[in-house]
Design a protein around this ligand. Structure first.
Ligand code: ADP
Ligand code: ZN
Ligand code: ZN
Length: 718
């Protein structure tokens, strides 16, 4: 029996860089870290999280109202991870817990998983052929469900299964609704792994049960996913769980379905879920009933009973970095978690990030290569199209227009990639040069034709297109530059008989629409695809033989230090969509700057060639991964106030081994009427950076109406 009542350290869900102490109620057992407690705070009460116990307190304390969980809601390793996140990202612990816990958990909901609705084939489906002869959509849903086995209701959307067809199949008594949970069982693969796949699988499987980070560097279509599947099958055989992080789930139902077919079931965690769904999935990972979780960024913070491996697919993808609140990198957190749990982490990509490659070079990560496409398929050939002095139509030069025609005539599909949505990025008065700008941001408005309006791509405000110039009254406007809608218009006009699919954030609000488009494209008839980077993500498009990158320059010339890397990755990823089927592919890259060093390196020596030259540039410019970088940002409706606060922050931060750049207004200083300023911090030794930021946290500079934040390992400096 304790001689004095215990003092409990509690984190409360407030953006505060401190915790609070409370007395334990009379007669209660000391709760373990990770247990939720209802505590008084200010004039109200909140759900807090126990972090630890102390013997006594110098001050009189309030008492915990009640203890919510019998067992800690957060397993010990997640409590430890949360503390590490607060420390490493210099973020308030209360807010870290807000990020780690699902909404329902934060509101104190009971930690009880529920039986979910599951769809499966009826016991007798002998008359399926006759019943579905005239219902192709129901037929395809039926066949998919047969391949998948019993499927949880929550997963229908991510697997691209049509609910209406399902309802029709229930009416025909071919499908039934139950609550019997799907069973996980790894089914054998009929594919014979290549030599390189065998080596990669052996290396990863050999490291199960220890902390090892593997970089699986495999060109597009080299069979990385097959490696993940085989490693996970082994992990399941050992009775453990697997976590797969992906950039997008809603947009890649093919991939999710591959996992579900191989393992009998999968669970997914992503932003499209309702709060109850998220909490339920979270609880079933925690109690071990979900064995394979596929999720976007935040899934790296899910609890597991016995996690055996973490896979980060497309590890270079920017979506793994959270850009607000707790600005964590899910990839880096995955590596940290792997260390904490002594399990391997696999970072897969055709275009690994500079950071990951540098970690591999220094021997921290192990490098595994898949250098060839499976089934001896060739990598596409590159062709640089110099468009200086050319008249472009829809952003396309004459030679490329001819090439597109030739590929379509040969019965193939063509993909035109332009990383800008809308019709034209600038609307300009031909008389006086006035340009349409957002009234709330320092950017131009993009002209959209479907529907016809001006849109701000930063604050999403919309405005009607003016009839006359607000500055001089003239009626003559010029549309400068090209977005996906303009390219679509040109190609539709030139090839009226060929179906065209535009794929960007404006057309692809629903996964089902994209899935329907991809299904139509998969039929293989001649087709034109026009799209943004959404098209670059993982889709398997076997009949595309020509990939055209319409504007390679934009990215290479941007001032952000990571822009060349991002652009090279994007080009390689889009190019990877070409020639994945039987027919070889070809990639055209249009440029006004054919001698650009980055572009030349990429064309002549591929992504590794680009990395070689980019590495030297970063090293001599003292940029990551050769230094550690952090940004302190401040925003306010007053530009002066934000800058003034950062000026004070700079004084606190100044110290040995640190270089400070700024404070200065951000490149796009005003967004949605808020002025943003920033201060860059560079350090040779990461420790120096953290010591200085600890000082800043303690100083906690304040000014009316100014919000400031710390971004560790920021993705962009713009
Ligand atoms: P990646 O993830 O590297 O893009 P995938 O794993 O999706 O590559 O493989 C590309 C295609 O090749 C898929 O259709 C897959 O089924 C097939 N594939 C993978 N491994 C093999 C193999 N060893 N033999 C034959 N086909 C394979
Ligand atoms: Zn004018
Ligand atoms: Zn705006």
């Amino acid at each position: 029996m304790p001689s004095q009542p215990a003092v409990i350290e509690v984190a409360v869900p407030r953006p505060l860089r401190r915790t609070f102490d409370y007395m334990l109620p009379e007669g209660e057992r000391v709760p373990a870290p990770g247990t939720r407690v209802q505590v008084p705070l200010g004039r109200g009460g909140v759900v807090g999280m126990v972090l630890g116990v102390r013997d006594s307190s110098p001050h009189p304390l309030k008492t915990i109202d009640h203890i919510i969980d019998d067992e800690p809601l957060l397993p010990g390793d997640l409590v430890e991870l949360a503390l590490w996140l607060a420390d490493y990202y210099h973020h308030p612990i209360g807010d870290v817990l807000n990020t780690v816990m699902p909404v329902k958990a934060r509101r104190g909901a009971k930690a009880e998983p529920v039986d979910e609705v599951v769809w499966r084939l009826a016991a007798d489906t002998s008359d399926a052929d006759t019943a579905l002869a005239r219902a192709p959509s129901q037929r395809s849903t039926f066949d998919r469900l047969r391949r998948l086995g019993p499927t949880a209701d929550a997963e229908l959307a991510t697997l691209g299964i049509n609910r209406q067809s399902l309802a029709a199949l229930v009416a025909k008594e071919l499908v039934e609704r139950t609550t019997v949970a799907p069973r996980y069982d790894a089914r054998a693969s009929h594919l014979e792994p290549t030599r390189e796949q065998v080596a990669a699988i052996a290396a990863i499987v050999g490291s199960l049960g220890s902390a090892a980070t593997h970089v699986l560097e495999g060109v597009t279509g080299s069979g990385k996913t097959e490696v993940y599947l085989r490693v996970i099958a082994e992990v399941l055989r050992l009775g453990r769980q697997a976590l797969v992080l992906v950039p997008e789930i809603a947009l890649t139902p093919q991939t999710t379905a591959r996992f579900a077919e191989r393992f009998g079931a999968t669970a997914t965690l992503h932003s499209g879920m309702t709060d109850p769904q998220r909490f339920d999935t979270w609880l079933k990972c925690r109690n071990g009933s979900h064995k394979v979780l596929i999720g976007t960024r935040s899934a790296v913070l899910a609890p597991f009973a016995d996690l055996g491996v973490i896979v980060v697919d497309e590890e270079h993808d920017g979506s793994f970095k959270q850009q607000e609140g707790l600005r964590y990198s899910a990839r880096d957190v995955a590596v940290k978690r792997g260390h904490m749990l002594s399990i391997p982490v696999v970072l897969g990509s055709a275009t690994p990030s500079m950071e990951t490659l540098e970690n591999a070079r220094r021997g921290r990560y192990r490098r595994l290569r898949l250098s060839r496409r499976v089934a001896g398929r060739a990598m596409p050939g590159f062709h640089v199209a110099d468009i200086r002095g050319e008249r472009l139509d829809g952003g396309i030069g004459a030679d490329l227009l001819r090439a597109i025609g030739a590929h379509l005539d040969a019965g193939n599909q063509v993909l035109a990639f332009i990383n800008r949505r809308g019709y034209a990025p600038v609307l300009l008065c031909a008389d006086c040069g006035w340009q349409a700008e957002c009234a709330h941001c320092d950017v131009k408005l993009t002209y959209h034709r479907q529907p016809r309006q001006l849109r701000c791509h930063h604050c999403d405000r919309r405005r009607p297109v003016p009839r006359e110039c607000p500055s001089c009254g003239a009626h003559d406007f010029v549309l400068v530059g090209t977005g996906t809608q303009r390219t679509e218009e040109t190609l539709r006009t030139r090839h009226p008989g060929v179906p065209l699919y535009r794929i960007d954030r404006d057309t692809t609000r629903s996964a089902r629409r994209l899935e329907a488009d991809l299904a139509a494209i998969a039929e293989g008839k001649p087709a034109i695809l026009v799209g943004t980077q959404m098209l670059a993500k993982g889709h398997h498009l076997p009949n595309v033989t020509l990939v055209a990158v319409l504007d390679a320059d934009g990215g290479f010339l941007s001032p952000d230090f990571r822009a060349p890397e991002r652009t090279a990755q994007l080009i390689v990823q889009v190019a990877g969509r070409a020639g994945r089927g039987e027919r070889p592919g070809e990639v055209w890259i249009q440029t006004f700057d054919p001698d650009n060093a980055n572009l030349r390196a990429l064309i002549e020596a591929g992504y590794p060639g680009f990395v070689g030259s980019e590495r030297q540039r970063r090293e001599s410019a003292l940029m990551p991964p050769f230094v550690s970088l952090a940004i302190v940002r401040a925003e306010s409706s007053s530009e002066a106030a934000a800058l003034e606060l950062l000026g004070r922050a700079a004084e606190t931060l100044t110290g040995q081994g640190l270089e400070l750049l700024g404070p200065a207004p951000a490149p796009i200083a005003r967004r949605a009427d808020r002025y943003r300023s920033q201060l860059l911090l560079l350090a040779r030794r990461r420790r120096d950076l953290h010591v200085a930021l600890d000082r800043l946290e303690r100083a906690d500079p304040r000014a009316r109406g100014v919000r400031w934040s710390i971004d560790i390992d920021p993705l962009d400096t713009a």
